[in-house]
Design a protein around this ligand. Structure first.
Ligand code: KG4
Ligand code: ZN
Length: 347
């Protein structure tokens, strides 16, 4: 089944065609980064307007690259939650109209579930490692969410822990914004950190786990400590040069990753699950990948970097699995800013 997937939850306007929930036939991502960079963050109104301007062209390009005309599409999937409401509504409305016009099945899917599914997609290239079988631990880290979960199937996850305040990607973005490193912050900090000393600054790791919240994560303390360090540089202007910038980036990144890994390793220990699948923009982080590779007792799977960030292929992929099973969403389906269906459970 050839499924068109549409993704417009934040600042990437994306569409893809995936066959049988697995094989990527096309994957087009039009990023709005240059339009938000001047504000060092996503401006929701600009995002919605750009999606409205671009969505037709992006979908058309995805169909062209897949060698399909609209009549060749057998199902439509769209990201309808969580995300920026105005942005989600653009993709959702376009997807519904496309499905109605073609009289083809339609499904609205959860963006975070799709991030986890990204690991199961193939671009048709040989020599890839297959992702682990279910069940496994999921590490879902994006600009809006940090989730440690148990995945029993593509549509069956149990959230073990989550961010109690800022998400991991949000902390990267906010630190980068305060230091003027550039936008979006995650990739910039990852790059800067390559030449920095991760032990130059000692930043706090929250002690949530002592209170029994063994899988939750918190980033507001770290974010504030790193931002406060900037004030120290301002007081002593002799400091704060290029070396300090790289050191700040490396020290922040190290602590940010340790916070995530602490929760994840606790979950691995308590559940006995030895496979980990990562997803979301922060899963592209090189330090996170390197640290997880050190754990020889865990099998860790990362999607390729272009499938970590927002893309239409993950939506078309998981959408295809739902549609093949006979699941359908009504054409009255609406968007939601939040994750709606996963209940948090502690074992
Ligand atoms: O999944 P995503 O593309 O969009 C959301 O669903 O939010 O994630 C975007 C987030 C941003 O916060 C961005 O700074 C972060 O992923 N990110 C990174 C890296 N690349 C992107 N964070 C850390 N290291 C990276 N290399
Ligand atoms: Zn995302």
């Amino acid at each position: 089944m050839k499924v068109l997937g549409i993704e417009s939850s934040c600042d990437e306007c994306a569409a893809a065609v995936v066959e049988d929930g697995k094989k990527i036939l096309s994957n087009v991502v039009a990023t709005q980064i240059p339009f938000h960079a001047a504000y060092a963050g996503v401006v929701p109104e600009i995002a919605s307007r750009k999606h409205t301007e671009w969505i037709y062209t992006v979908v058309k390009e995805a169909l062209d690259k897949a060698g399909l005309d609209p009549g060749g599409v057998e199902g439509v999937a769209v990201s309808s939650r969580p995300g920026l409401l105005g942005s989600l509504i653009v993709g959702l409305s376009f997807a519904k109209a496309f499905a109605w016009a073609g009289n083809i099945p339609f499904i609205a899917v959860d963006h975070m579930l799709a991030h986890l599914y990204a690991s199961r997609l193939k671009a048709g290239t040989a020599g890839e490692t297959d992702p682990p079988a279910y069940p496994f631990l999921g590490l879902l880290v994006s600009g809006g969410h940090s989730i440690i979960c148990r995945a029993d199937d593509f549509d069956d996850i149990t959230i073990l822990g989550a961010a109690i305040d800022d998400a991991a990607g949000e902390a990267f973005d906010k630190v980068a914004r305060h230091y003027g490193f550039g936008y979006p912050g995650g990739a910039v900090i990852d790059r800067l950190a390559q030449s920095g000393d991760p032990d130059a600054f000692r930043f706090p790791v929250p002690s949530l786990h002592k209170g029994g919240r063994r899988y939750d994560v918190s980033y507001s303390g770290l974010k504030n400590a790193v931002i406060n360090q900037l004030e120290q540089f301002r007081i002593r202007p002799s400091r704060g040069g290029e070396t300090e910038k790289a050191d700040i980036a490396a020290s922040f990144q190290k602590t940010a990753v340790e916070i995530l890994l602490r929760g994840l390793f606790n979950a691995a220990e308590d559940t006995g699950l030895a496979s980990v699948v990562a997803g979301g923009g922060v899963a592209a982080n090189s330090y996170l990948r390197a640290r997880l590779a050190e754990r020889k007792d865990l099998r860790c799977f990362f999607p390729p970097p272009d499938l970590c960030g927002d893309n239409g292929a993950m939506i078309a992929g998981i959408g295809g699995r739902f549609l093949e099973r006979g699941d359908r969403s009504p054409l009255s389906a609406t968007a939601s800013a939040r994750v709606t269906e996963f209940k948090k459970k502690y074992p």
